[in-house]
Design a protein around this ligand. Structure first.
Ligand code: AMP
Ligand code: ZN
Length: 115
C-alpha cells in the first residue's frame, strides 16, 4: 500500500482528483506534463507513495528512487530521448525552488539546455 497525503497536490493528481496530462504510468510511478513547461519536453515523475523531498525519500523509502529512475529510463528510451539527450533534476526547500512537497523529478529535453 502507498502512503497518500490528502492535502498534497501531486497525491491528488495521482489519484485523479486533479486532472493532468499523463504521459507514463506503472504500478509505482506516474508521470505527467508540467503545467508551466521550461523546455519542449517537461515531464514530472512522481512515486505513488508520498514522501516530501529527495532526502525524506532516501530516509523513509529509498527503493522509491530506483522505481522513479527506472520509470525515467523506460520513458526516455521509449521516446528516443536517450538519443537526443535529456536532464533530470529535483529541488529541495526554498533555496532549491521546491514548490510542491511531494518528491518529484523534472525531466527536461527537446532542446539544447543551458545550465
Ligand atoms: P518544484 O518547483 O520543483 O516543486 O516543481 C513543481 C512543478 O510542478 C513546477 O514546475 C510547476 O509548474 C508544476 N505544477 C504545479 N501545479 C501543477 C499541475 N496542476 N499540473 C502539472 N504541473 C504542475
Ligand atoms: Zn503527495
Amino acid at each position: 500500500m502507498f502512503y497518500r497525503d490528502p492535502s498534497c497536490l501531486f497525491c491528488k493528481i495521482i489519484n485523479g482528483e486533479i486532472p493532468s496530462q499523463r504521459v507514463y504510468e506503472d504500478e509505482k510511478v506516474v508521470a505527467f506534463k508540467d503545467i508551466k513547461p521550461s523546455a519542449p519536453v517537461h515531464v514530472l515523475f512522481v512515486h505513488r507513495n508520498h514522501t516530501s523531498n529527495i532526502n525524506d525519500t532516501l530516509t523513509r523509502s529509498p527503493q522509491d528512487i530506483l522505481d522513479l529512475y527506472s520509470a525515467i529510463k523506460t520513458y526516455t528510451v521509449q521516446e528516443g530521448l536517450d538519443l537526443s539527450g535529456f536532464r533530470v533534476l529535483t529541488n529541495l526547500g526554498n533555496d532549491g525552488g521546491q514548490t510542491v512537497l511531494h518528491t518529484h523529478f523534472h525531466l527536461l529535453a527537446g532542446k539544447r539546455l543551458k545550465m
